[in-house]
Design a protein around this ligand. Structure first.
Ligand code: NI
Length: 223
């Protein structure tokens, strides 16, 4: 019942990250009021459901790592992150998807998306987000010859979430990432993360991440 429309996700809105109800599906997308409880139920089902595979038909869930060109810290400012948020919102308005988790680091992004039923076209979505960001941002080198399309590393790293354990592991990896990359000492201190809304909704305790969650090798996450 959760994986067809309606479903809920994390969207970028205003200051900080916001969980917002929405309906995603093959029929015209219809936005609903903010349904925090529905998101909590969704998270619980994603992590507790005994047979995750059977919901794959209703839209697969993917973990992504997207890196800036030469790992430059293009996303290090609040202004840059706000620009990225606007780009994501615009793309989602035309090509909906659920954001399960998201963290923006200075030189890369980790995200977990669930796509609508019968839709696996994440590549176009990421391509548009990257292009929108490049077009909108006012980074000094934007006007340099050949740099217009060069803010991002070509392509991106993706992984199909295979089961509930994989989902939980990758959500933990994503939210712990600012500490892993030594940007902050505590997970809660990093502002550009869906972690805060997860705390508000009781998914994680505020002091979560005192030790690094077991996640396997970095190669399994793209960064
Ligand atoms: Ni990372």
């Amino acid at each position: 019942m959760v994986f067809g429309p309606p479903s809920t996700g994390v969207v970028l809105a205003g200051r900080g990250w916001c969980l917002q109800g929405e309906i995603v599906g093959v029929n015209p997308p219809v936005r609903a009021a903010c349904t925090d409880m529905a998101w909590v139920v969704r998270f619980a089902i994603l992590t507790l459901m005994p047979n995750y595979r059977r919901v794959r038909h209703a839209g697969a869930t993917f973990f992504f790592t997207v890196v800036t060109a030469r790992r430059r810290p293009l996303l290090a400012t609040a202004e840059a992150v706000a620009t990225l948020r606007a780009c994501v919102a615009e793309v989602r308005a035309h090509m909906p998807f659920v954001i399960e988790g998201w963290v923006v680091l200075p030189g890369h992004i980790h995200a977990i998306w669930t796509l609508p039923f019968d839709d696996d076209n994440y590549a176009t979505r990421w391509g548009r987000i990257k292009a929108q960001f490049t077009r909108r941002c006012s980074l000094p080198h934007r006007s340099a010859p050949g740099c217009h399309a060069g803010l991002w590393q070509p392509r991106f790293w993706e992984h199909l979430i295979r089961d509930r354990g994989d989902f939980a592991t990758r959500m933990a990896y994503l939210h712990y990432n600012p500490v892993r990359h030594a940007h902050v000492a505590r997970v809660i201190d990093w502002p550009y993360s869906s972690f805060h809304r997860c705390v508000q909704r009781g998914i994680y305790p505020a002091d979560w991440g005192a030790s690094e969650p077991r996640a396997g090798t970095v190669a399994a996450f793209g960064e």
